[in-house]
Ligand binder design. Structure first.
Ligand SMILES: Nc1ncnc2c1ncn2[C@@H]1O[C@H](COP(=O)(O)OP(=O)(O)O)[C@@H](O)[C@H]1O
Ligand SMILES: [Mg+2]
Length: 329
């Protein structure tokens, strides 16, 4: 069997809208080993969420898989029926979404919702065991007085506590992989850090793999083993955290890194990447980043760059990759 838990290979997920085709995911490749944490970063609209939804095959018309493959535990997910995917979702792969209010049912207590998930996915557990396990999970995600809080309704929890509950539900089935899509964006910064830290402790201790989708490169640089940088539906750079943070090769990655606020030096002014993400209906013909790139040359406007290997595992799709974040002449 492959050394990878998940392999995404040249995946294409397109939407056929009345305005034209949106190539939301357009030839994305990356891989993940058991227990690894992978960060997917990029500005809003770059295809991060659709990549996550694609792995769970939660793509509805007008979206469709246009090509490529997704292999999970050696099996081709794109060949699976909806019934088979249903068994995988929430069981082997679970997803944590941005807004905990939309994933929790306001009419049921926290305990009922965790226990329901356990009843579906861990059928060997009896009623009492499910309650005990639910309390254990609430404790694991850092909810104080779990024996009492288990009978509360979602609206009785703060945003941070609700997101902890969602994480508890996602962990309830001992999944192999959790896909967390901007899991803490709706929370304030201190709470974000606490929730993410707890999620990481839990996945690390259980050797669960995690895909952390976020526009926050600072967050993934702390949390992840590997990073995939997306731009306009494509992977522009991927590698280990060290590759990406210390030797970024794509000007887009460098731009993202320069726009991270640093708490330590108040003086440094943040550099924003000039220009905007182009409309998916009006993508430039060559490199999608060319119109915003300070190193852009003629070939960049004409030809789409192929992914080049920098070092083992560090790949960049750029005609003129940078060395150590600087242009090489
Ligand atoms: N249901 C849909 N129909 C048409 N276009 C969509 C749909 N969902 C997402 N898109 C488009 O796909 C692109 C990628 O979206 P998304 O993956 O949500 O970006 P991100 O998560 O990086 O912000 C965007 O241009 C978005 O407008
Ligand atoms: Mg998104």
């Amino acid at each position: 069997m492959s050394e990878y838990l998940l392999e995404v290979n040249n995946l294409k997920t397109w939407f056929y809208t009345f305005r034209g085709v949106v190539k939301a995911v357009d030839g994305v490749s990356f891989s993940l080993k058991k227990g690894e944490v992978l960060g997917i970063v990029g500005e809003s609209g770059c295809g991060k969420s659709i990549t996550g939804f694609s792995i769970l095959k939660l793509i509805d018309p007008p979206g469709q898989f246009e090509g490529g493959g997704i292999t999970f535990e050696g099996e081709d997910l794109l060949a699976k029926s909806e019934e088979e995917m249903h068994a995988i979702r929430g069981n082997k792969i679970s997803m944590v979404f941005q807004d905990p209010m939309t994933s929790l049912n306001p009419l049921y207590t926290i305990g009922q919702q965790i226990e329901e998930s356990l009843a579906i996915h861990q059928t060997q557990l009896g009623k009492k065991e499910r309650r005990a396990k639910a309390i254990e999970l609430l404790k694991a995600v850092g909810i104080p007085a779990p024996q009492e809080r288990i009978s509360s309704y979602p609206h009785e929890f703060s945003g941070g506590m609700r997101q902890r509950v969602i994480i508890a539900i996602s962990l309830a089935t001992n999944p192999e992989l959790i896909i967390a899509d901007e899991p803490t964006t709706a929370l304030d910064v201190t709470v974000q850090a606490q929730v993410i830290r707890r999620l990481l402790e839990l996945v690390r201790s259980q050797n669960t793999s995690l895909i952390l989708i976020t526009h926050d490169l600072a967050l993934v640089s702390e949390a992840a083993d590997k990073i995939v940088v997306m731009y306009c539906g494509k992977v522009v750079e991927r590698g280990t955290v060290t590759d990406i943070i210390e030797s970024p090769a794509h000007p887009y990655t460098v731009g993202l890194l320069r726009s991270i606020p640093r708490l330590t030096d108040e003086q440094s002014r943040l550099e924003q990447i000039p220009g905007m993400v182009p409309s998916p209906f009006d993508l430039p013909p060559g490199c999608k980043f060319a119109p915003r790139c300070r190193y852009c040359q003629d070939i960049c406007r004409r030809e789409e760059p192929e992914e080049a290997v920098m070092t083992e595992g560090h790949r960049v799709a750029c005609h003129f990759p940078l060395k150590g974040g600087l242009a090489c002449d």
